[in-house]
Write a protein that binds this ligand. Structure first.
Ligand SMILES: Nc1ncnc2c1ncn2[C@@H]1O[C@H](COP(=O)(O)OP(=O)(O)OP(=O)(O)O)[C@@H](O)[C@H]1O
Ligand SMILES: [Mg+2]
Length: 254
């Protein structure tokens, strides 16, 4: 993990799809090493926010700053060359872990992990494989290095996906419901890897419904609804003192 500071700052972020305004006015500050859990009902804009943070989704307006790379977005104005450069640099500092793993089916676990190192970073294959094996070992999967995704459980696939993200040496990782596609008995193995990363000081923004993880690992819990941040609290405050009836109703479902 790099020691360089990497804050995430989101200011007045807005995003619409056609006529539907999905993000209205999102403001969020994340300090280096913080773990933020984002909760909220379906359709509240959680995925859109995460995808906007590394410009997988182009926001309409607002400002995003990640690890010192700042992009101010103006509705209707195409990103300038400088903006595009900043977006590329910002992406190099971030990794994204999706609900659906997104592994290449024709590559082994190890090949999936080192793909970016070899094809993007141009690191020699032998050297990349060494790093890949260390990462597979970190997520407890060294013995599966030569297995193809079809031969891995969902939990194992997600751990490979996390190792793949780590291979690019990110300073912040965005997780979008990393355990939602998994059977309950496979979730813990992924959550343990995430807990280890949090303990090691990784900056993490995690959309999840795992309330225990939120309670035990998060530094702050964000509740989104209707495209804005409705609550932003330390977990002990969020879970015990929250007075918003919508949040209480949401929490009752779990
Ligand atoms: N590419 C898209 N095109 C059009 N509408 C979209 C697109 N992506 C998301 N939306 C809409 O934006 C709204 C917010 O979606 P988003 O995926 O961000 O919600 P979410 O909070 O992640 O929900 P969930 O908990 O179900 O994953 C939804 O109404 C969705 O239909
Ligand atoms: Mg989502």
């Amino acid at each position: 993990m790099n020691s360089e500071t990497c804050k995430v700052s989101v200011t007045s972020l807005a995003k619409s799809f056609d006529k539907q305004q999905v993000l209205r006015d999102v403001n969020l500050q994340v300090q280096t090493g913080e773990v933020i859990v984002i909760l909220g009902p379906s359709g509240s804009g959680k995925t859109t926010l995460l995808r906007s943070l590394n410009f997988l989704e182009q926001p309409d307006s607002g400002e995003i700053q990640v690890c010192g790379h700042r992009i101010k977005v103006n509705r209707g104005k195409a990103p300038s060359r400088d903006d595009k450069l900043e977006i590329t640099r910002l992406r190099q500092k971030t990794a994204m872990v999706f609900q659906s793993f997104n592994l290449f089916p024709h590559m082994t676990a190890l090949e999936n992990v080192i793909e970016g190192l070899v094809s993007v970073r141009r690191i020699p294959k032998v050297q990349a494989a060494e790093r890949g094996k260390a990462l597979l070992s970190q997520v407890g999967l060294l013995e599966k290095a030569d297995s193809y995704p079809a031969k891995l459980s969902g939990g194992q696939k997600q751990r490979v996906a996390i190792a793949r993200g780590l291979a690019m040496d990110p300073e912040v990782i965005f997780f979008d419901e990393p355990t939602s596609a998994l059977d309950p008995e496979l979730r813990d193995e992924v959550l343990i890897v995430m807990r280890d990363l949090a303990s090691a000081g990784m900056t993490m923004i995690v959309v999840t419904h795992e309330l225990r993880f939120a309670r035990e690992v998060a530094d702050r819990v964000i509740f989104m609804e209707g495209g804005i941040v409705v609550a932003n609290e330390k977990p002990e405050v969020f879970f015990s003192e929250i007075s918003n009836p919508r949040i209480q109703k949401f929490l009752c479902r779990y």
